[in-house]
Unconditional design. Structure first.
Length: 118
């Protein structure tokens, strides 16, 4: 069964850090493009970051550059999203995706809640 399972979400104060994990079951991540999306209450879903298996390049939402870092551990079949200097506007449900393109993924995880507040 193909499945993506996110973890690592939670509550953090502004300025804090979290690392999200996305574990894949039923397929190997090292051949795929893996992405992260987020959706805040009342807002559209937006692409946060992605990493390509073809050349290892990554992309980020412009407003997140320098604060978020995507990485992958192919041995663990897991992708991570390191989030630093978190702000209240980063509060959202974060989703992991897999597919051949970032904005047209084939699979979605169930999401993990990130809440940034004091």
């Amino acid at each position: 069964q193909t499945q993506l399972v996110e973890s690592g979400g939670g509550w953090v104060q502004p300025g804090g850090s979290l690392r999200l994990s996305c574990a894949a079951y039923g397929f190997t991540l090292h051949t795929a493009l893996i992405g992260w999306f987020r959706q805040a209450p009342g807002k559209d879903r937006e692409g946060v970051s992605c990493v390509r298996s073809s050349d290892g390049t990554s992309e980020y939402l412009d407003s997140l550059k320098g604060r978020f870092t995507i990485s992958r551990d192919d041995a663990k079949n897991t992708v991570y999203l390191q989030m630093n200097s978190l702000k209240p506007e980063d509060t959202a449900v974060y989703y992991c995706t897999v597919g051949s393109s970032w904005f047209r993924p084939d699979y979605w995880g169930q999401g993990t809640q990130v809440t940034v507040s004091s």
